[in-house]
Design a protein around this ligand. Structure first.
Ligand code: BES
Ligand code: MN
Ligand code: ZN
Length: 504
């Protein structure tokens, strides 16, 4: 789909020939001199203008517009969240019917958050999963235009939101695919295809390479399956090679049956999305291809299946990780941390600026935070703050959970250096504590996306989170590096430099 930002007034937007003109109206619409706005004022006085978020009024070929359909949708208080929900609702209601060209316009200036939210909402509503259906109902939408009188001012936000939306769509696509259509080998092929973009490279290690390196924990998880494991190394070089990279590590369990500690049958199908961390890394690289920021990024994806079988690991088995630490596998269903720990050790060789791992790691995180915020854990306060703020700006929220030393007590065992599980209490935290034990000398953060990467119920499917958060985080890093820092920053430290970046 072609999506552009165009400098147009409200009346200018209404004069565009299109199938749908969507006008986003705040609940307290204030009439301006623009003639379309004056018309909205008339509707308002008559009590016909929708005033509750996501409510809409649909009109057919009104004289005031050049569109076949006009939808006036209320965006409530105009917050990013309400704009997004309104756009999704309006677009979803338009699904039936031949809609090729859409023009979106704000009745009142919406700010950076509104621009991003409109882009994200439109992209969300126009994604549909088709890859394993015999009749792929291709989405008819071909062209979308976001009209803004001061378009130039929002170009950066628009480009970033659009790149993120494309990344989100790619992440959704891979996470939605069933395990037999998203094998480790197929994920590796997808990464190699992405690496065709300029400034990108991809290297894929197989079981032999991984064994030679000594990734005993990753190998242990993969050994129960006939599907060959893949260790995917993606590189994006947007800056000089001397610049330390940000390393993203994505959990790539293409199916998690639990292994010998097998999961209950109900909803086990959903464990195809246990590679959502990996999918989000692919999504971020898709966005980097569009944005080409002046930073270096490495993506690491340990990908394999977790199955029971004659060769599968058994509870009580002890394996040696790449770090040299031995691990007692008390529960084979705690496999994510086993593949991640070796990737975290491997990350050290890139002398990273920071390392962020992204994983559908624990059911306990779903219990703690639900589908609203991802769990954030970090050993570094600056990194945690940057991720929290990036999440707010991208409307892809996370929430920090603790890493106190006492939470690590339960991982102690008589038979190895560390056990892969502790008790039932604080499961998301003890999983993070396990990972922390393998972190090298770099600032590290862990995002547990078990609750946020997937939506249950009637709109069941992958969400593409936290691609939005990560793209925003990386784009801000690039901005900080390229914008000249005023002298004053030297006295006030790093955070002063950051607050200079205007974002809402
Ligand atoms: N992939 C699961 C976590 C998960 C659960 C993701 C629900 C999405 C939704 C992970 O590998 C797992 O099985 N974790 C166990 C850990 C336990 C054995 C300590 C869990 O959360 O039950
Ligand atoms: Mn598991
Ligand atoms: Zn898992």
């Amino acid at each position: 789909m072609n999506f552009e930002l165009k400098p147009l007034s409200l009346t200018g937007a209404a004069s565009q020939k299109c199938d749908v003109l969507m006008v986003m109206v705040p609940q307290n619409h204030v009439t301006t001199r623009d003639s379309f706005s004056v018309w909205l004022g008339e509707l308002q006085r008559a009590g016909d203008l929708p005033t509750k978020a996501a409510q809409m009024l649909l009109l057919y070929k009104p004289a005031q517009a050049n569109a076949r359909r006009v939808v006036l949708v209320c965006v409530g208080d105009g917050s990013a969240r309400q704009v997004r929900q309104a756009v999704v609702a309006a677009m979803t209601s338009m699904r039936s019917g031949p809609i090729k060209k859409v023009v979106l316009a704000f009745a009142q200036e919406a700010g950076a958050g509104g621009v991003r939210a409109a882009v994200a909402g439109l992209a969300e509503a126009s994604y549909s999963y088709t890859s394993t259906k015999s009749k792929g109902e291709a989405h008819p939408l071909q062209k979308a235009t976001l009209a803004a009188p001061d378009a130039a001012q929002w170009q950066t936000e628009f480009d970033r939101a659009l790149a993120a939306a494309r990344g989100v769509a790619l992440a959704k696509e891979w996470a939605n695919r069933p395990a037999n259509h998203a094998t480790p080998t197929q994920l590796a092929k997808a990464a190699q295809a992405l690496a065709q973009h300029t400034k990108m490279h991809c290297e894929v290690l197989g079981a032999r390479d991984v064994a030679k390196l000594g990734m005993g924990a990753f190998l242990a998880v993969a050994q129960g399956s006939d599907e060959p494991l893949q260790f995917i190394v993606l590189r994006y070089h947007g800056a000089a090679r001397t610049q330390p990279p940000t390393v993203l590590v994505g959990k790539g369990i293409t199916f998690d049956s639990g292994g010998i500690s097998i999961k209950p049958a109900a909803e086990m199908d959903e464990m195809k999305y246990d590679m959502s961390g990996a999918a989000s890394v692919l999504g971020v690289f898709r966005a980097l291809a569009d944005l080409t920021p002046a930073i270096n990024v490495i993506g690491l994806i340990p990908a394999c299946e977790n199955l029971p079988g004659g060769r599968a690991i058994k509870p009580g088995d002890v394996v040696t990780s790449l770090s040299g630490k031995t691990i007692e596998i008390l529960n084979t269903d705690a496999e994510g941390r086993l593949v991640l720990c070796d990737a975290l050790t491997y990350a050290e060789r890139f002398k990273p600026r920071v390392v962020i791992d992204i994983a559908t790691l624990t059911g306990a995180c779903v219990v703690a935070l639900g589908a609203v915020r991802s769990g954030l854990f970090s050993s570094d306060a600056d990194l945690a703050n940057d991720l929290l703020h990036a999440g707010e700006a991208a409307q892809d929220l996370c929430w920090q959970l603790p890493l106190d030393e006492d939470y690590g007590e339960g991982l102690k065992t008589h038979f190895a250096d560390v056990a892969n599980v502790a008790g039932r209490a604080a499961g998301a935290v003890t999983a993070a504590k396990f990972l922390e034990g393998f972190v090298g000398g770099y600032p590290w953060a862990h995002l547990d996306i078990a609750g946020t990467a997937w939506r249950g119920g009637s709109s069941k499917g992958a969400t593409g989170r936290p691609v939005g958060l990560l793209v925003e985080y990386l784009a801000r890093q690039a901005e900080l590096k390229t914008s000249p820092q005023p002298d004053a920053v030297a006295d006030t430290g790093r955070s002063a430099g950051k607050t200079r970046v205007k974002r809402t």
